[in-house]
Design a protein around this ligand. Sequence first.
Ligand code: HEM
Ligand SMILES: *[C@@H]1O[C@H](CO)[C@@H](O)[C@H](O)[C@H]1NC(C)=O
Ligand SMILES: *[C@@H]1O[C@H](CO)[C@@H](O)[C@H](O)[C@H]1NC(C)=O
Ligand SMILES: *[C@@H]1O[C@H](CO)[C@@H](O)[C@H](O)[C@H]1NC(C)=O
Ligand SMILES: *[C@@H]1O[C@H](CO)[C@@H](O)[C@H](O)[C@H]1NC(C)=O
Ligand SMILES: *[C@@H]1O[C@H](CO)[C@@H](O)[C@H](O)[C@H]1NC(C)=O
Length: 529
Amino acid sequence: MRLATIAVLLIAPFVAQFVYKWWTNPLRKIPAAHPLSHFTSLWINYVRWRSVENATLRRAHEQLGPVVCLGPNEVSVNCVKGGIREIYVGGFEKANLTESFNWYAFFTNFGEPNMFSTARNKAHSTRKRMLSNIYSKSVITASPVLLAQVSTILYDRFLPRLACAFSKETPGVLNINPLLNAATMDIISAYIFGLKSSSNLIDDPQQLSWFLDLYNSRRSFNFWPQELPALTAFVKKWFGYRLVPQWVDKANKDIENWTHGMCESAAKVMSEGVANIADAPIVYEQLSGALAKEAKKASQDGSGHSFLAASEVLDQIAAGFDTSGITLTYVLHELSRNTQVQARLQRELHTLSSPILLSSSPTLPDGKVVDALPYLHAVIWETLRLHPAIPGPQPRVSPPQGCLLGSDNSTYYVPGGVRVSASAGLLHLNEEVFSQAHEWKPERWLELEKLNEDKRRDMENRWFWAFGSGGRMCVGSHLAVYQMKYIVAALYSNYTTAIVDDTGIEQSDAYTAPPKNSELLIRLQRLDS
Ligand code: HEM
Ligand SMILES: *[C@@H]1O[C@H](CO)[C@@H](O)[C@H](O)[C@H]1NC(C)=O
Ligand SMILES: *[C@@H]1O[C@H](CO)[C@@H](O)[C@H](O)[C@H]1NC(C)=O
Ligand SMILES: *[C@@H]1O[C@H](CO)[C@@H](O)[C@H](O)[C@H]1NC(C)=O
Ligand SMILES: *[C@@H]1O[C@H](CO)[C@@H](O)[C@H](O)[C@H]1NC(C)=O
Ligand SMILES: *[C@@H]1O[C@H](CO)[C@@H](O)[C@H](O)[C@H]1NC(C)=O
């Protein structure tokens, strides 16, 4: 009896504190995705650990509306007004002032920060200013260097590789997924390092599978270091137990070393002079120059900065090749199932004054001309909508003074320091903006003129979020669209495609969401036969 009283007296303050904290937490008023959400983050962590976050958030928003509480310090939004406009265009930081927890620190390379992993907006925008010009749409679509690089990669590597598929026992049948990843890696690394210093994964299947194996092997080990970095470090330090196996660290080191090799090669080209315009390392030269200038201003010697540049460019090749490869895989999959769309696209491609044919002289049509093809644009855009390569969520932290989220009937005050996020994969399924949202219908992007101004802007600008929005939006979106358009144009100018085996084509439930199976078997057929 006396023991019980003592126990109650001991526990009571904790219970009281818990109840008080819960009672004074404004998030208590936001609908909970799970009965435990207002009390503990165990549930949402369990959801993430099981890789069912996309499906879970979708159900939660369907049932509870555009603002949902996921944990005692976490909210998910699924709306533009009172949602992505406030959080992303409004420039919420990627981490707290104390930087106690930065979800994006996981994307650090060489132990050095890059744009994507940088927590603070101020440091981030200094870096972004160094790069935004060379990645702008006007520079990308008019760059003679990039055009020369893409021309070589498509005519000398990509189209011949497709032609090779006919010299096999099953003519025209191939697993297109790795080839698409190779093409995007070769193009992005060419723009960064120059053609001479970049990868040639299309022509080197061995290196391609070496790289893709390294890159993909790490995917399933994101949860612990990204969501619970302190626990992960604690368990390793005190129990000697690795939640992330050692070979994942080794894979990261190998990828870093590979990237560093390309950096050194580009630096050599810069010092020896560029002989062929395609060898100009556009991004690396701009970035290393700007970093050196910055270091000089801060009167340090520039020596430590080779790894800053390397960290930045590794982020760009990783962010760029994978996402574009995923998108292209779905473009090909959808086109292969929709023969009428495919035929219409081919008719459009044949209107090009210099068509991209295997037999023609290797000059690509102008970047602006390819960019302006309306049906090709619609096909790419619709794929980015229905199969966003990064469906999210994109976590940010509410500012110290707090904020209001949601709109109309349901506006909630959210205090400072709360993890808030939205997901492209969910925004893109809004039936009011994208009718028959689960259907792949490129035509919807051609019918924009028929809509009133407000509806059109909803579709084009407000709810389309494949590249995010605000100051931390994708810096490579124009390069991504440029290369995807050329690759699709080159392929469908000469071939039709049909599906042979698409088992496991569904997107995985992850931040970056590749198909569950990395094989997509298609059959190519020459257009003239
Ligand atoms: C279809 C292709 C692509 C998709 C869907 C995509 C998507 C995204 C998204 C959603 C973000 C924003 C993340 C956030 O808000 O935190 C982002 C950021 C970024 N992307 Fe892309 N991306 C693509 C291609 C590329 C390419 C080709 C590059 C190459 C340069 C690239 C480089 C980056 C970088 C450096 C950032 C960080 C930007 C910053 O922090 O300011 N991406 N991307
Ligand atoms: C997310 O989940 C919904 C519902 O389960 C599904 O329709 C959609 O395809 C998923 N999106 C991604 C990118 O996995
Ligand atoms: C690092 O990359 C270079 C090529 O750039 C290669 O020769 C070397 O073997 C690699 N080192 C390790 C440890 O993988
Ligand atoms: C807001 O309330 C009005 C009237 O009570 C209702 O018609 C409308 O559907 C509600 N909107 C939302 C987003 O719940
Ligand atoms: C931000 O910092 C506050 C105060 O230290 C903390 O309570 C909160 O959990 C932090 N939020 C995030 C998302 O790290
Ligand atoms: C590519 O397509 C064009 C026009 O459809 C055709 O003339 C040419 O022979 C094709 N080349 C190959 C190798 O299929």
